[in-house]
Design a protein around this ligand. Structure first.
Ligand code: GEK
Length: 274
């Protein structure tokens, strides 16, 4: 499925609001995440379905330390690295928070953004969010594709973001994904890779797990909610260590790999094609 949301005005008025400034993503789906509030008899693997989509902005903001800062900084990367007449890819775009942040900061001409997610519920709501943002002034064209990010043909890319998405791929398939991205990038292009990470050192692992759970508690999640979410997601989200990420990025061909952000066990890298 491909949805072309065409916009024309180069003088778009920036949207304001939450999800680190992406008002549209917040304007639809303002509901509070209560999915794991009651004891669940059958804990099935976490899925990005309609129920999750309805609460997603609240869920990710209260669950991922630094999420809003990372979203905002994607815009800063876009302002510096997006090249004229190139394509920008948001792989695992969910409700479009990153797409909208990137779009607001692209000032060069001839660009478009491809947002990809394999959850139809996410893509449908993402389309609504982008249409909502366009009411405040259209930006560059956004094409949404509902498919596996591994099926996407990446071409002419000056910026690609995997914002908390690679962690949901089978670990065996992650290097091939990064290699595909690398091959589709222009010289001077950047990949922004944000992930939850784990640690080889058990004390470090425990410290950051505890701090992450403290963060969730401070955001109003109960111990039951934290525990049930953890059990449903542990087969679905498989974190790597920082060292595994840098080695894999390097093996895919990337250079100048930098960790530019870390908050507890959440991290973001930028990696370049020379
Ligand atoms: C944001 N980037 O707000 N192919 C396509 N989509 C996938 C795949 C796959 N193989 N696996 C997972 N997804 C977003 C946040 S959320 C992160 C990303 C989180 C999609 C999945 O449907 C979901 O929408 C997204 O990746 C992960 O900046 O919830 O922790």
């Amino acid at each position: 499925m491909s949805k072309d949301i065409n916009n024309s005005s180069p003088n778009s008025k920036p949207s304001s609001g939450s999800l680190a400034g992406s008002s549209a993503a917040a304007s639809i789906g303002k509901s509070q995440d209560k999915i794991f509030q009651q004891p669940l008899t059958h804990l099935v693997d976490f899925a990005f379905d309609e129920q999750v989509v309805n609460v997603f902005p609240d869920m990710i903001r209260r669950s991922v330390p630094g999420y809003e800062a990372v979203i905002a900084m994607l815009g800063v990367f876009a302002g510096r690295y997006v090249q004229p007449n190139s394509t920008v890819y948001d792989l695992g775009c969910s409700l479009g928070a990153a797409t909208l942040a990137l779009r607001r900061h692209i000032s060069v001409t001839g660009c478009s953004i491809v947002g990809v997610d394999n959850s139809a519920a996410m893509i449908d709501r993402c389309q609504q969010n982008i249409q909502q943002a366009d009411k405040h002034g259209a930006g560059i064209p956004v094409v949404l594709e509902c498919c596996d990010i591994q099926q996407v043909s990446i071409k002419n890319a000056s910026l690609v973001t995997l914002n908390f998405t690679l962690q949901f791929l089978d670990p065996e398939e992650r290097l091939a994904m990064l290699s595909t991205i690398y091959r589709g990038m222009l010289p001077g292009a950047v990949l922004i890779l944000s992930e939850k990470i784990c640690f080889d050192d058990s004390e470090q692992q425990q410290l950051f797990t505890d701090l992450h759970h403290d963060f969730k508690r401070a955001n109003g999640y109960s111990d039951l909610e934290i525990s049930q979410k953890r059990q449903t997601i542990e087969n679905v989200l498989i974190p790597d260590t920082l060292e595994q990420h840098t080695a894999r990025l390097s093996a895919a061909g990337f250079s100048h790999i930098q960790c530019w952000f870390q908050c507890f066990n959440f991290i973001s890298f930028c990696a370049f094609k020379q």
